[in-house]
Design a binder for this molecule. Structure first.
Ligand code: AMP
Length: 124
């Protein structure tokens, strides 16, 4: 059972409604991409679906095929437009509590512009 309790006051919902600003880098019918406000790499962009989905768990359980296709096409397109396809990049989606997800609207991080090192930090 997917986690589907969506908080429509989360910060990405407000960005989608235009209530707070973002630095937009790409948009299609199903996705919006914008710069992360606290970048962890020289390039750090977030891609979010336009629909109200809490997480990857929720999105992949409930979204239509058109939404899923439109969203993941956007992820690839953004990376290409940012010049990251050839040198490479990392895409990740923190999911839920153990995944360290802070904003409860599904998003994929695209990070690149340097060698990114280990995928997961060792436990402290
Ligand atoms: P996560 O921990 O995967 O939920 O990541 C949430 C991300 O959202 C973090 O990398 C934050 O820096 C980013 N973030 C939070 N508020 C904003 C905002 N207003 N504009 C852009 N990025 C944001």
């Amino acid at each position: 059972m997917a986690t589907t309790t969506y908080d429509s006051e989360n910060i990405f919902a407000k960005i989608l409604r235009g209530e707070i600003p973002c630095t937009r880098v790409y948009e299609n019918d199903h996705a919006l991409a914008f710069e992360d406000i606290n970048p962890q790499a020289p390039t750090h962009v977030l891609v979010i679906p336009k629909g109200a989905y809490v997480s990857n768990d929720d999105f992949t359980a409930r979204a239509s095929d058109a939404e899923i296709t439109g969203f993941f096409r956007a992820v690839g397109q953004v990376a290409r437009e940012l010049g990251l396809a050839k040198p490479g990049y990392r895409m990740l989606a923190n999911t839920g509590q153990d995944g360290g997800q802070e904003v409860p609207h599904f998003h994929v991080h695209i990070c690149g512009g340097r060698v990114l090192g280990r995928m997961v930090q060792p436990a402290a």
